[in-house]
Design a protein around this ligand. Structure first.
Ligand SMILES: Nc1nc2c(ncn2[C@@H]2O[C@H](COP(=O)(O)OP(=O)(O)OP(=O)(O)O)[C@@H](O)[C@H]2O)c(=O)[nH]1
Ligand SMILES: [Mg+2]
Length: 301
């Protein structure tokens, strides 16, 4: 591998405590093409990164996602390693992330943090949240990935250019993972070491708020890929609500009380819920036919 062909991309926001050491470590591993996309840090992150020989670009908008989308547009080198600037990942894991790509087996490699993390690297909430999000992803897209939210990834320039990305915040990793599945890219996961955050650098992520945003991103993006799941969830909610009110109506009826308005509500809830399932089936058909058409067009090209 020629390490000049690899660009190390680091999004940062107030990471002065760790960025210098991280760049040093990547240089030690032989990577000299380092791009830091900085969110106008109020500490000396940018200055430190420049002093260590990285190219520093200030992001024009806000959020980790916006920074990454902007940086992807600047990249020219054939291979990219994306890594957080908070010192939680090790530069020496980069070659094993790149290996499946260089051997031509994968377009996108995810560093899996969940097999080999240091004590304290995840809070209990983060660990449970990560597992739930990976399960939801599996359910919605039928692809079993262990760590879709990882901040350490490698990809080919071509695979990055295929991705259609719009999320500006911490939903960006989710959107990348979804897009990889939609674009039928070959994704591989490689175990990596995950360290606790440096005490001096504060997290920018709010586990509850960002966790909910990530969960809803997985769900909303499933509308196009797996409509049966999307509409089925809404349908299940209404049918279950209908069954609940219906059970109450029946119990009361046996006790000699007739609940007319609640009976009407029950009927409406169940009919609406079932309609959602029919909607899901029709949308599923449309998606399948659309995929077949696209495949035919591609074969003809
Ligand atoms: N350019 C840019 N970088 C950001 C922004 N928000 C976060 N980052 C960087 O993105 C990386 C990941 O952010 P973290 O706060 O570590 O989020 P996380 O790794 O998901 O969460 P923790 O487990 O708490 O570390 C870090 O290098 C941050 O400095 C932003 O708005 N702009
Ligand atoms: Mg982090």
């Amino acid at each position: 591998m020629n390490s000049a062909d690899v660009c190390i991309l680091i999004p940062t926001l107030n990471e002065a405590a760790t960025i210098g050491q991280l760049i040093k470590e990547f240089r030690k591993e032989g990577f000299s093409n380092i791009l830091v996309i900085d969110g106008n840090s109020r500490d000396s992150t940018g200055e430190i990164a420049e002093a260590e020989g990285a190219r520093v670009v200030m992001q024009t908008g806000r959020g980790k996602g916006q920074a990454m989308i902007q940086a992807f547009g600047l990249l020219e080198c054939p291979y990219i390693v994306l890594v957080d600037g908070d010192g939680t990942y090790l530069a020496r894991d980069a070659p094993s992330l790149l290996e499946p790509i260089l051997e031509g087996r994968a377009d996108h490699v995810i560093g899996n943090r969940l097999e080999n993390y240091s004590p304290g690297a995840f809070t209990k909430l983060n660990l449970v949240g990560n597992r739930l999000i990976n399960m939801l992803f599996d359910l919605a897209y039928g692809v079993h990935l262990k760590d879709i939210l990882s901040g350490y990834r490698a990809f080919t320039l071509q695979s990055v250019r295929e991705l259609e990305l719009n999320k500006t915040g911490f939903e960006i990793e989710t959107e990348i993972s979804v897009e990889c599945v939609l674009k039928e890219q070959r994704v591989e996961e490689v175990p990596i070491t995950y360290l606790p955050r440096n005490e001096k650098g504060a997290t920018k992520l709010n586990p509850v708020k960002d966790g909910l945003r990530i969960g809803s991103t997985i769900y909303i993006l499933a509308k196009v890929h797996n409509p049966m799941f999307y509409f089925g969830m809404i349908g299940s909610f209404f049918v279950l609500s209908g069954l609940l009110t219906g059970t109450f109506v029946v119990i009361q009826w046996f006790q000699g009380i007739t609940r007319v308005p609640l009976s009407i509500l029950t009927t409406l809830l169940i009919i609406f819920g079932l309609q959602m399932f029919i909607f899901g089936m029709l949308s599923d058909l449309i998606v399948t036919l659309h995929k077949q058409t696209i495949r035919l067009i591609q074969e003809k090209k």
